[in-house]
Design a protein. Structure first.
Length: 529
């Protein structure tokens, strides 16, 4: 009976949303301006203000997030017309072309988008993040409704069958995390949505929060229901102001419509959601450090075990899911586990959002199937290196990962390690570099970032990371000796092996990967003792 009641409640909700959207845009042009953290820096706010003043009554202005093609920002779309790198001087031309854009024939997908498979990012750049009806009328919350019409055990089994693993960097099986928390006979249970994303070169979660915040909330409902959670906390980076504003608005809208709170869709399931801002610092993305900051303690990691699923927030069972992980759940619950299994590889089904930057023609955020090669991402989506530049190396996965040479471009992406030298996919950052960038500069920047972000709690990380920076500086100054390289390798290995948390356990990877792939080059920069 509850199943039927939940399904009926969702049908009524969807019908009313579709009706409101239809009436809002009836016989009117839908003019969309993409306004995200990337396009804001390119003047999107001014474009939106100018458009709002210039549009006739026959048009409705919609402000969305960025669709990932950051290199084209600011972007304005009308019908099948896509106006890129828009300036205030372009507004009058765009207004004059409204009718012709509505009737224009559909063109092929731009090269940036055609190689992509969009699940988590679907609708990013077209949906209005502040309009719940817009999301629901495009199938939003159908996955949550399907979950609430099932048992928690059925939801867990469906996600287990899909093979979905966490997309925050650790790639732990999502269903296993839920099941572990649910088995602990202690309540209340908590969900923490990790949107800290403090590492340089990675900006996927901000695109999700700014473009499709309700998809993250829908995933949070699914995750909470499966794990028996009654309270969810969305933890957002202290500097991600636009992301926080849109998530806060989404939470309020969902509460007003009964999608958050008591007896969601008549299912009998209750869930409270609140927003918390991060304390600042890369280490806050480490899950136990994150929990400490929520509780008001210093940004330091905790000893494990116990793991958060056993004793996390306020010593209660806690599930910690990344925003991208949650944004993948509605697709599974709407289309079934087999639909995700058809995407990606057998061992890594599904997609991964990649943050692409560096010396390429098309920088931005892209969602690709697992198993896609780095070369395909850079050439087909990124448009290859900019004119006159040649790729010499890649920074992959952020400061907790390492450096790959150009000879490794055909490496397929997968969860976990891409190479045993310490290069992992992590959260999905890909920074393309050429020989105008010094290898030592890259090593130093990554090592210094880890040293600066170390919380200082454990000795290996506190003492080892700055010493690695000193050794790189010594070689760069021309004073390096072969034994300095040996010491760097030893320190990197010890720091990785003996540190307390994930930051320290990966802090040596930039050094280890550089020594593995560029060892001869580094050796040539040293002098005999």
């Amino acid at each position: 009976m509850t199943n039927q009641k939940t399904a009926a409640a969702y049908r009524e909700l969807a019908a009313s949303s579709i009706d409101r959207v239809s009436r809002k845009f009836a016989s009117k042009f839908r003019v969309n301006i993409q306004w995200g953290h990337c396009s804001a820096s390119a003047g999107a706010e001014k474009i939106a203000e100018t458009l709002a003043a210039a549009l006739p009554e026959s048009a409705v202005l919609v402000i969305s997030g960025c669709d990932g093609a950051c290199y084209e920002a600011p972007v304005v779309t009308v019908g099948n017309c896509r106006h890129v790198r828009v300036t205030p001087d372009d507004i009058s031309r765009i207004v004059r072309s409204l009718e012709s854009c509505e009737t224009a024939s559909s063109s092929d997908s731009p090269p940036f988008f055609s190689p992509q498979t969009r699940i988590a990012l679907d609708g990013c750049g077209t949906l209005d993040p502040d309009n719940l009806d817009d999301y629901i009328s495009n199938g939003g919350y159908a996955g949550a409704a399907a979950s609430l019409a099932s048992t928690p055990e059925e939801v867990i089994e469906e996600v287990r069958a899909s093979g979905l693993r966490g997309r925050g960097g650790a790639y732990f099986p999502t269903a296993l995390k839920w099941e572990s928390a649910r088995k602990v006979r202690s309540t209340p249970r908590y969900l923490v949505v990790n949107c800290e994303e403090g590492e340089p070169g990675i900006f996927k979660d901000r695109h999700l929060m700014e473009g499709v915040p309700h998809r993250i909330l829908e995933g949070a409902i699914i995750s909470s229901y499966a794990a028996g959670v009654s309270e969810a906390i969305i933890y957002i980076n202290a500097e991600a102001d636009l992301s926080a504003l849109r998530m806060e608005a989404a939470v309020r809208a969902a509460e007003d419509r009964g999608l958050i709170g008591e007896n969601i869709l008549g299912s009998g399931f209750d869930l409270q959601v609140e927003i918390r801002r991060g304390a600042g610092g890369y280490v806050c993305g480490e899950e136990t450090t994150l929990l400490n900051t929520i509780e008001g303690y210093r940004r330091e990691p905790r000893l494990r075990p116990p793991f958060p699923t056993e004793a996390g927030l306020w010593a209660k069972p806690t599930v910690i899911n990344n925003a991208e992980t949650l944004a993948s759940l509605p697709f599974i619950q709407t289309n079934g586990a087999s639909a995700l299994r058809e995407i990606g590889t057998e061992s890594d089904p599904g997609t991964k959002i990649v943050s692409l930057s560096g010396i390429i023609n098309r920088a931005g955020v892209a969602e690709v199937e697992m198993g896609t090669t780095l070369r395909a991402i850079i050439d087909q989506i990124g448009g290859g290196p900019t004119k006159g530049r040649a790729i010499s190396m890649l920074g992959v996965g952020g400061p907790s990962s390492g450096i790959l040479p150009v000879s490794m471009l055909d490496t397929p992406i997968k969860g976990g390690m891409l190479h045993e030298a310490g290069v992992m996919l992590g959260a999905g950052g890909v920074i393309v570099l050429d020989d105008q960038t010094s290898l030592l500069d890259v090593m130093r920047n990554l090592a210094a970032y880890n040293a600066d972000e170390s919380c200082g709690k454990c000795t290996p990380c506190r003492e080892g990371t700055p010493r690695m920076v000193e050794l790189v500086d010594k070689i760069a100054a021309g004073d390096g000796k072969p034994q300095d390289i040996e010491e760097m390798e030893y320190l990197a290995t010890v720091v990785n092996s003996a540190s307390l948390c994930g930051l320290g356990q990966a802090a040596g990877n930039p050094i280890l990967s550089a020594l593995h792939f560029f060892g001869d080059e580094l050796a040539s920069l040293t002098t005999a003792p």
